[in-house]
Design a protein around this ligand. Structure first.
Ligand SMILES: Cc1cc2nc3c(=O)[nH]c(=O)nc-3n(C[C@H](O)[C@H](O)[C@H](O)COP(=O)(O)OP(=O)(O)OC[C@H]3O[C@@H](n4cnc5c(N)ncnc54)[C@H](O)[C@@H]3O)c2cc1C
Length: 548
């Protein structure tokens, strides 16, 4: 088949999560549509090292773009590794499968920012439900779907009953964080303790391009799109008419949909002449549309790990210990933890941090002062091969730091310059410090059963002589965070709705061109982006269809 012969109805640039959902739904609406997806990576849906539990070919493997950020000023100048999926299904081919929706408030802020109710929580809820098939038909039924393509398992539905589960729950309660109703963190208010949920079927990976079948859609894999073909179709009227592949082939379509992810979508727009004029001028790219917002407003959730010693490894608390329980296969079916825990931060310190960032004290109705999810905590049982350690991860869920995606060269062969600008605000540094302090109270104080009975101090980190303890100073915690903070693999916001695309996901100023992926999300979402991305793509398909 020569894909350059036809006039396609829809041409997708990138065959990741969003493209899989939108293209599948479009064809479902109208089976006569001619749809093409061009994806840089291969189809990995049958590879055992991808779909089976305990796969190791994920981060840093064959289907990871293996990006690095620019030197991060607030992280000792480190270049931070930022993995992204390079395969049909995109991130869902290598991601960790955590199914975490986030806070209702974040979506409502998105909707109010762009003045369109479709992007509020209530507006997206039908699509969150449409995308999922929850294992339970009794938990929060008005919040969850039962018929969607993505099967959602939980740590309890898969019978992973870790030996520390009741201790872990008790310990959170002892420091003031209570269990959520039905232990369900995916009902709009995740503040509290919820069971881990994952888009997996008994451990088997649910790649978006498999669960949303692409039968009937033409897919070119291992093919890089170099740029979009944009023409002046009438005086002052720009229209996307096709794409150009790296091998020089031009392909034409009635509508072009860029779904290359939050790192590559802004790059493709800029290489095609849409972006900040001064950026394009650096590489002699003719400016078709000067939009200074392309590549701005970029953010990522960040992740910090620390490890704690188990007092008595022979007690069999952690993976790797001789505990026979862990030989049961289901313990390899997902992340070894019981709970995903979401917390707010103390507001006094937050007010000081906002004042430092914004130059004035915040009004009482400042959005950050509401009770919201700022941090997420995951206490994990896979710390050491002999079961002698457990891990603690904190994720900064509501970053206020904003960075950029800029061109490194005029060639698609070079990844762009990726600068999430981690921990550049006083708010983010404060949240990190407070979240780590909470975890130290949980793991290293007499306040909790875990600190009293199970653990025996923190392991520490290379280059530091002391370990975390309840006596750790702010300076020490900050230094550890600077040395250890990494990406949580959730780039977003670089082609923002409102400033680059409209609320129908059309690129402002160019006909027949949309962007649909996490780059359009204009605010930080305190979920792990998959849920938001699936719901956004489900809604996008309906918007496209009703625009026809
Ligand atoms: C290691 C890792 C772990 C993660 N863990 C989780 C998790 O546990 N829970 C969660 O909710 N989210 C997780 N995520 C994030 C989630 O997978 C992403 O947010 C999601 O996949 C984004 O969807 P998207 O459609 O925006 O882009 P993607 O799914 O990334 O798709 C973009 C596609 O475009 C292709 N592409 C890019 N440029 C070109 C080009 N020039 N030509 C052709 N094709 C191109 C890419 O190869 C890719 O396939 C994780 C991500 C990673 C990488």
């Amino acid at each position: 088949m020569d894909s350059s012969d036809k006039l396609w109805d829809y041409v997708f640039v990138g065959g990741g999560l969003s493209a899989s959902v939108v293209s599948h739904r479009l064809l479902e609406h109208d089976p006569n549509l001619k749809i093409l997806i061009v994806e840089a990576g291969p189809n990995v849906s049958d590879r055992e090292d991808i779909v089976w539990p305990s796969s190791t070919n994920l981060i840093g493997g064959d289907f990871d773009w293996k990006y690095n950020t620019t030197s991060q000023a607030n992280l000792n100048g480190r270049n931070v590794s930022l993995p992204c999926g390079k395969a049909l299904g995109g991130g869902t081919a290598i991601n960790t499968n955590a199914w975490i929706r986030g806070d209702k408030f974040d979506f409502d802020l998105w909707g109010s920012m762009v003045n369109d109710k479709r992007w509020t929580y209530e507006g997206l809820l039908p699509y969150m439900r449409k995308s999922e098939r929850l294992w339970s038909d009794t938990i929060n039924t008005e919040q969850h779907g039962q018929e969607g393509p993505s099967l959602i398992q939980s740590v309890t539905s898969t019978n992973r009953h870790f030996p520390l589960r009741s201790h872990a729950l008790q310990a959170w309660g002892e420091i003031g964080i209570d269990a959520l109703p039905h232990l369900d963190g995916n009902a709009g208010n995740p503040l509290g303790v919820g069971d881990l949920q994952e888009n997996k079927m008994s451990g088997r990976r649910e790649i978006a391009s498999s669960v949303y079948s692409l039968d009937g859609i033409t897919v070119l894999t291992e093919t890089l799109v170099e740029k979009l073909v944009i023409k002046e179709t009438a005086p002052g009227q720009l229209s996307a008419v096709g794409i150009k592949l790296q091998n020089g082939t031009e392909i034409h379509g009635r509508e072009i949909i860029v779904s290359a992810g939050a790192v590559r979508s802004p790059q493709l727009l800029m290489l095609s002449g849409i972006g900040p004029a001064e950026e394009l001028a650096k590489f002699n790219i003719p400016v078709l549309l000067n939009n200074p917002h392309v590549g701005k407003n970029f953010s990522d959730h960040s992740l910090f790990y620390h490890t704690w010693r188990v007092k008595d490894p022979s007690a069999g608390w952690a993976l790797g210990s001789p505990n026979a329980l862990f030989r049961e296969p289901q313990y390899g079916w997902g992340t070894p933890t019981d709970f995903v825990v979401a917390s707010d931060v103390p507001k006094d310190g937050l007010i000081a941090a906002i004042t430092e960032d914004e130059g004035v004290a915040p009004e009482p109705n400042h959005p950050l002062l509401l009770k919201r999810t700022f941090a997420e905590h995951v206490f994990g049982y896979g710390g050491a091969p002999d079961g002698s350690q457990v891990t603690f991860a904190v994720v900064i869920m509501l970053p206020t730091s904003r960075g950029t995606v800029k061109l490194a060269s005029p060639s698609i062969s070079d990844p762009p310059l990726i600068d999430p600008n981690y921990a550049s605000t006083a708010v983010d540094r404060y949240v990190l410090r407070e979240a780590v302090k909470l975890q130290i109270r949980y793991a290293g104080s007499k306040e909790t059963v875990i600190g009293r009975e199970i653990l025996n101090g923190e392991v520490g980190a290379p280059g530091f002589d002391e370990q975390f303890s309840i006596n750790s100073t702010d300076e020490y915690i900050d230094a550890r965070v600077k040395a250890g903070l990494g990406s949580c693999y959730h780039p977003m916001g670089s082609v923002s709705m409102g400033s680059v695309v409209d609320t129908n996901l059309r690129v402002k100023g160019v006909n027949n061109l949309r962007v649909i992926d996490t780059s359009v999300i204009p605010v930080a979402i305190s979920g792990h982006l998959q849920v938001a991305a699936f719901a956004m793509a489900e809604q996008a398909a309906e918007i496209i269809f009703s625009d026809r």
